[in-house]
Ligand binder design. Structure first.
Ligand code: SME
Length: 156
């Protein structure tokens, strides 16, 4: 289980020390990946300024060919197109799923956003089917919201 409060506290301390979003995003991906054996692949995608594509910022897990994903494609692109997190218990049943590895069974995408603006998302893959609960989503959302604070500050 992710200790979201602890990760958020660490992120806040990093912000107070003056670290920028690049460092915070890398720290968050490592902390989430280390938090739970179900999280086989953890990455952050950032939305381009024209809001047409997601670009992979950093990840832990097996290499992926999906470094750039058009909005509307795959589970990741669908999250942005719909403006909604995606908890997919069985990736084989998702139309247009973009396979990262043949071992992946379920996937969770949590948006990083502040106000109306989407900055990007966490993408988590599991080799277990139905790996993710609403509690996982809520925990990831807490971390995502803290990152969004920093990304919004840097945007201004
Ligand atoms: N499965 C994702 C693509 C990203 S890889 O899992 C890293 C999707 O369908 O959008």
């Amino acid at each position: 289980m992710i200790d979201a409060r602890h990760i958020v506290q660490e992120l806040q301390e990093m912000r107070e020390e003056g670290h920028l979003s690049d460092a915070l995003l890398r720290f968050a991906v490592r902390a989430i990946h280390a938090a739970d054996d179900r999280f086989d692949w953890v990455g952050v995608y950032l939305l381009t300024d024209d809001r047409l594509e997601l670009w992979l910022h950093n990840y832990m897990g097996a290499p992926t060919e999906h470094a750039r994903i058009p909005v509307g494609e795959g589970i990741c692109g669908m999250a942005v197109a719909q403006g909604a997190n995606q908890n997919v218990p069985d990736v084989s049943a998702f139309p247009g799923y973009l396979a990262c590895s043949p071992d992946v069974r379920s996937e969770l995408v949590v948006l990083i956003r502040a106000g109306g603006e989407i900055f990007g998302q966490f993408d988590i893959d599991s080799h277990q089917s139905e790996a993710f609960s609403p509690l996982d989503e809520a925990a990831l959302q807490m971390v995502a919201d803290k990152l969004a604070e920093q990304l919004a500050r840097e945007r201004r």
